[in-house]
Design a protein. Structure first.
Length: 52
């Protein structure tokens, strides 16, 4: 079972906001999303949240 997930995508932030809402509605454990190109600081911030 997936406990948490981080989505890496080239979708726009508006499209990803929509996916995040759908994930929440369906009870999917989406911790957050990152837009390509990947910023290491953004990934570190999400991983910090995962350890809470």
């Amino acid at each position: 079972m997936i406990r948490q997930a981080i989505l890496l995508s080239s979708l726009t932030s508006i499209e990803l906001d929509g996916l995040e809402r759908i994930a929440i509605e369906h009870g999917l454990p989406l911790l957050g999303y990152l837009i390509k190109p990947l910023k290491q600081s953004d990934l570190r911030n999400l991983l910090t949240l995962a350890s809470l």
